[in-house]
Design a protein around this ligand. Structure first.
Ligand SMILES: [Zn+2]
Length: 191
């Protein structure tokens, strides 16, 4: 069995910052989802790895709860897009509330890099994520939002493949898992 740390690696293949954020809850449809934001520090790391902020933000337990509330509101709206239904009002209100404060600001440094910062850092970061979600849900890409076909994954991604037939959040992970399972089933059935 792989150690938990390896299972907790962050993933950034869902197509945009807002959906990458929803991917911090792994195995979304299983009875035991994998919470990758299990401590305030992990959220701080995610914001760095996702390039939302350039420096580690101080995150309190309440800040983590806020972030998870935003994440799940984004996931609810993504689900409504997949189901071609109206977005749930409560989730919309939550996303709008987090999008209201000023987002992260960008500065070009003398070294030719970008510095992403905000005040307070976490509030600005969550605003940036919420605004990314709004752009996604209000734009053309909303029709390209899919839920991964792997039984327990439930990861939301943007299908920007040419034929629009992408079935997995990640071919390398869920796609290969599904292929291995099909192979195993066939082998057991003697096909
Ligand atoms: Zn998946």
């Amino acid at each position: 069995m792989k150690p938990t740390a390896a299972l907790s690696e962050f993933r950034f293949y869902y197509g945009c910052t807002a959906l990458n954020f929803t991917g911090t809850l792994g195995r979304r449809l299983s009875e035991e989802p994998l919470e990758r934001l299990d401590t305030p520090k992990r959220l701080s790391h995610w914001l760095l790895e996702a390039q939302v902020l350039s420096a580690a933000a101080p995150v309190t337990a309440k800040g983590l709860r806020d972030a998870i509330a935003l994440r799940e509101a984004i996931a609810h709206i993504a689900r409504s897009c997949v189901d071609e239904e109206k977005p749930p009002e409560r989730a919309v209100a939550i996303v709008n509330r987090f999008a209201a404060p000023p987002p992260v600001s960008l500065k070009l440094t003398a070294g030719g890099t970008v510095k992403r910062s905000g005040t307070p850092p976490l509030g600005a970061a969550l605003s940036t994520i919420a605004r990314d979600a709004i752009e996604l849900f209000a734009g053309e890409r909303r029709t390209l939002i899919r839920a991964c076909a792997m039984d327990d994954c439930g990861g939301f991604y943007i299908d920007d493949s040419r034929g629009k037939r992408r079935r997995w959040c990640s071919m390398e992970r869920c796609g290969n898992r599904a292929k291995a399972e099909t192979y195993r089933e066939r082998w057991l059935a003697g096909i």
